[in-house]
Each structure stands twice: as structure tokens, then as C-alpha cells.
Write a protein that binds this ligand. Structure first.
Ligand SMILES: [Ca+2]
Length: 370
């Protein structure tokens, strides 16, 4: 495994050199007009931020902020890293805790800690999840980025009992908390078992499921990873009486890719430490990931599933939602069922995917109008 590490580090160094060259090169430079077509987002209507009680809270503030807990398995697929960047760049959202979900919590926390330090946001607490366990190297796709970063270097809070920290934040919050769940959900299930009352104080926005679209981009449906890894945990989570549940299944989030001008604007943002960290991690991730051939990393993003969940925490302007009833199979399928155990709102279609992609780009670049 050492040799894989070494070769990946060499490859990452080459990638980063290519990244720097491309970023500086005239073929991708703004001088050829790559920046000229960046759209600012369409206006985000007040009614796009849903949830009756939440809406009251949001609209009563002079600068609306929604207290948020991000439940993430950052460090395996790269989309969590993009999602964390989007969270930090969303003025409507006030991150109260980043909670490490499933697998090796310390590995995930080290990535989060270094990323928050790079972004200048060490005010945000990090919570270690329950049932932390060793992970195979094949799931530690950003390991080289934190090779020399020890969690003790994080100047902010690292809560060993991240679930307990989450419960306390929710119970003490004067406003309803939005939990953005972008991972399998054993931590959330444990939190609900320990403090069932938290659901009534929270809205849940999650990246879960596949109703008509699978990983191929169309039928057949897939056992989506966040469901398949722990169906029992998700059943426990969705059975709780949340104020609102809103899902982005593969039906919408599988189309969340940045390409062309949008992607190159971000690739070129080498003076922005946060976006540089995103691209560095992507360059490290690309040759290591074993479930796809990610050799297109200089041209476009991989699928940014989790960014859609972060987006839905503050707006629904670009999606169509539907309240659906379904059950969860033991092998990880979410299946429509008129007599199913679960009901949730789900973003099943895009109203305007390209507008979302422009909006996501503008947000990340901080060129959007606030
Ligand atoms: Ca994830």
C-alpha cells in the first residue's frame, strides 16, 4: 500500500503542476472570455426557503441565517469537499457543527479541520461520530492531503462525542436547526435514539435514494450508497417526526456536474485558498478513486451529489419537489409505495439545471449577488 501512496503522491504532484500551468495558461485564461459568461444566480424568492417555522425565522432576520449541522463522510467521494465549500460560501447558512459520519472519524475530521483552517473558519466545531472504525485505503481517497496534518493542530473545537455535541446544539438553539445529511446515517440514528425530541426541533435535508433515475442517469433505479450502506439507520432517521424532510435523490443530484466555463472558472481560481483546496483534493482524489475512471478532472467535476443537498438547505428555486411515499428495501432501494412507511418531499426534477450550475459556480467563486 505504501507504493500506491507514493505513486499517488507523485501523480498528485503532477496533477497539481498541471493544474497550476493550466490555471496560468492562456488556453484557460479569462483573456479568452471564460469569465464573460458567468451568470449571477436568479433571485432566490423568499418562498423558496420552505418550512413554515423556518421561514418565519429566516424572514425575521435582517441577514437571514439558518443554523446548520452538516453530517458528512468527507474523504471518500470528493463531492463532500465541494459541498463543504458551498456551505462556507452560503451566507444564508450558519454552520454550527461538522459531524463525521461512518468509517474512520479521525481521518474525516483531519480533512475537515485542515479544510476549515485553509478557509479561515476554525470557529466551526468538528464532531467525531460514533462507531469510528478503520477504513480500507480504497476509501481514503484524500489521505495524501492530510499526510502531515494532525487533528491536534486544529485551533477550534473537536468534540469526541460528536453526537452528544449535535444534540446539545439542537436543544439549545433558539431557531430550528437544519441537518444536512450527505452520508449514510448511523450517527443520526444514534442521536435520535439518545434524544428523540431533537427531530421536532429540526428540518432534515438529505442526499438519499433513487426513485426513477439511477447512477446511469436514467432507469433503472440504483441502491444509492447513502441508503445501501445502512438501510436500518435511514429507516430510523426517516421514521422520526422532523419538521420537514426534503431529499435530493439521484433523480436530481446525479446531474450536478460542473463543466466548461463554469468548471474552468473554479479551476482557475488559484488565488482563492478555499477553491484551491477543493481542486487540490480533487487532483489527489482522481487517480485514487477505484469506482470510476476520473481522468477528466482537468476538464470537469465529478458528480457533485452532495452540493444539491446543501443548496436545498437554503433554496428550492431550481427544482420541482413532490411529496412521495415509499419504503426502503434491505438492499438499499427506495421504492415508491402507496402504503410505504415513509413520506418525504423529494426534489425529483430540475426546473433549470443550467441555472443551478451557474448558481453553484457563482456561489463558489463568491461572484453571486447577495
Ligand atoms: Ca457524502
Amino acid at each position: 500500500m505504501k507504493s500506491r501512496d507514493s505513486s499517488c503522491l507523485v501523480f498528485a504532484a503532477i496533477c497539481l503542476a498541471a493544474f497550476a500551468l493550466c490555471a496560468a495558461g492562456p488556453q484557460l485564461s479569462d483573456s479568452q472570455g471564460l469569465s464573460n459568461h458567468l451568470h449571477t444566480p436568479t433571485g432566490l424568492p423568499d418562498h423558496a426557503i420552505l418550512g413554515t417555522n423556518l421561514q418565519t425565522t429566516v424572514l425575521s432576520a435582517s441577514r437571514p441565517t439558518i443554523p446548520v449541522i452538516l453530517d458528512t463522510d468527507i474523504g471518500t467521494d470528493i463531492d463532500d469537499t465541494w459541498a463543504l465549500a458551498l456551505l462556507l460560501r452560503s451566507p444564508e447558512l450558519d454552520p454550527k457543527l461538522i459531524l463525521m459520519e461512518t468509517g474512520d472519524a479521525t481521518y474525516r475530521a483531519r480533512i475537515t479541520a485542515k479544510f476549515l483552517a485553509v478557509a479561515g473558519r476554525t470557529d466551526i466545531p468538528i464532531g467525531l461520530g460514533v462507531n469510528s472504525r478503520p477504513m480500507s485505503e480504497s476509501l481514503r481517497n484524500q489521505d495524501p492531503w492530510i499526510k502531515d496534518y494532525d487533528l491536534s493542530r486544529y485551533p477550534g473545537e473537536v468534540a469526541a462525542d460528536g453526537v452528544g455535541r449535535m444534540i446539545r446544539i439542537i436543544e439549545e438553539s433558539p431557531a430550528p436547526v437544519t441537518i444536512i445529511a450527505i452520508a449514510p446515517s448511523p450517527n443520526l440514528a444514534v442521536a435520535l435514539a439518545r434524544a428523540p425530541g431533537i427531530a421536532a426541533r429540526c428540518r432534515l435535508v438529505g442526499m438519499f435514494g433513487s426513485f426513477a433515475v439511477g447512477y446511469s442517469g436514467g432507469p433503472p433505479v440504483s441502491p444509492e450508497t447513502n441508503v445501501r450502506v445502512d438501510p436500518a439507520a435511514l429507516r430510523a432517521v426517516l421514521a422520526a417526526p422532523w419538521r420537514d424532510v426534503l431529499l435530493t435523490p439521484l433523480d436530481t443530484c446525479n446531474a450536478a456536474v460542473l463543466t466548461g466555463e463554469n468548471y474552468h472558472r473554479i479551476w482557475n481560481a488559484t488565488g482563492d485558498p478555499t477553491l484551491r483546496a477543493v481542486i487540490e483534493n480533487y487532483c489527489i482524489f482522481a487517480p485514487r478513486v477505484n469506482w470510476m475512471n476520473c481522468d477528466y478532472f482537468a476538464l470537469r467535476s465529478s458528480t457533485l451529489f452532495d452540493c444539491v443537498a446543501v443548496y436545498l438547505a437554503y433554496s428550492e428555486a431550481f427544482v420541482e419537489t413532490e411529496t412521495i411515499r415509499f419504503h426502503i428495501s434491505n438492499d438499499g432501494y427506495t421504492l415508491r409505495d402507496d402504503h410505504g412507511e415513509f413520506t418525504a418531499r423529494a426534489a425529483l426534477h430540475w426546473k433549470n439545471l443550467s441555472a443551478f450550475q451557474d448558481h453553484l459556480t457563482a456561489r463558489l467563486l463568491r461572484t453571486h449577488q447577495q
